[in-house]
Design a protein around this ligand. Structure first.
Ligand code: DON
Length: 316
């Protein structure tokens, strides 16, 4: 290892350890998501962080061995899969603009005649899941999504938390409303219960921050798996997914996240965030307490501290 690389590694290790200690001691931790009953049972007293580098090294702190529900972070991976399947035809059905509205907004969808604003709000992600499902049985589509996550993270042990999926299915009335509404415009093509079933289950995939940071490496390193050099998606597509993460990845909190962290990021109501330092690192954080936009409170604070200390930003 070059001396500069080893200094960077030391700096990341020190920063990760200090940030994990600071976050574990924080008292104001936000509110755990309660609209999915299984998520409401998770203790907010947890915090984890992992940084994955090009050479496969990971630096982790806090509760990084505890799997959590990745929820909307799965939408980054389903978008990559759907683009691989239907290419730019995807954008006929889904927009690319920030929503400025909550992730489960119904009003906006009616206003825009059933075409979701972007692929990360719930409506957009349900439409993307529907594209992956077309031509397959729900089981096959779900298997494809899970295998993709196992492949990009290099970890076959990643699985779906069936109790979280069942819990969301039992209470997912808003998502059912969004999906039915889109079906009336032909944006959703498959039976609504099939599309929603796949969507609820991919949101219920459970991962540790280490697994998630490893899974995000292709977004940080030119669309490739840096271990093998094999292309997962094209460089152009990786850049575009990063652009969407920056502009839409935190819903109506995306502007604040870009301002404070300065990196593409995608949040989930399980309290996780995946952030990308193009050419530098893939970072996953987790703390279940959320802010009023449904984004992890301590997760964002931790990313802000780490980005500042490491001088990581896409803005120069
Ligand atoms: O559809 C839902 O409401 C959840 N499965 C995912 C929402 C989510 O993670 C929003 N992110 N902050």
């Amino acid at each position: 290892m070059e001396p500069t690389e080893s200094r960077t590694l030391d700096a990341i290790e020190t920063a990760v350890a200090e940030i994990a200690a600071e976050m574990q001691a924080r008292e104001d931790r936000g509110e755990v998501a309660s609209y999915i009953p299984e998520l409401a049972r998770v203790s907010p007293q947890q915090f984890a962080i992992s940084v994955a580098l090009r050479d496969g090294r990971t630096i982790s702190g806090g509760d990084w061995e505890t799997p959590f529900s990745i929820q909307s972070i799965s939408k980054v991976f389903t978008l990559a899969l759907a683009l691989g399947k239907v290419g730019d035809n995807l954008w006929r059905k889904v927009g690319r603009e920030p929503s400025g509205n909550p992730f489960n907004s119904i009003v906006q969808l009616e206003h825009e005649r059933g075409r979701p604003r972007n692929p990360f709000i719930n409506a957009g992600a349900i439409a993307v899941t529907d594209m992956i499902l077309s031509g397959h049985q729900p089981k096959e589509a779900l298997g494809e999504i899970l295998r993709f996550l196992q492949f990009v993270s290099g970890d076959d042990a990643i699985s779906i938390d069936r109790s979280v999926a069942a819990s969301e299915k039992a209470t997912g009335f808003r998502n059912a409303a969004l999906a039915n509404y889109m079906k009336s415009f032909g944006i959703v093509e498959n039976p609504v219960e099939h599309t929603l079933g796949v969507y609820f289950h991919h949101c219920a995939i459970a991962m540790t921050t280490r697994q998630l940071a490893m899974a995000g490496r292709y977004l940080a390193f030119e669309g490739r798996n840096p271990d093998t050099g094999h292309s997962v998606i094209s460089l152009e597509r990786a850049r575009r997914i990063n652009a969407l993460m920056l502009t839409c990845g935190h819903y109506d909190g995306s502007g604040e996240f870009a301002y404070r962290v300065g990196l593409p990021g995608k949040s989930g109501v399980g309290g996780g965030i995946l952030a990308v330092v193009p050419g530098g690192a893939s970072i996953a954080v987790w703390s279940p307490g959320l802010d009023h936009n449904g984004n992890s409170k301590l997760g964002r604070d931790a990313l802000e501290l780490l980005a500042r200390r490491m001088h990581w930003s896409v803005f120069g």
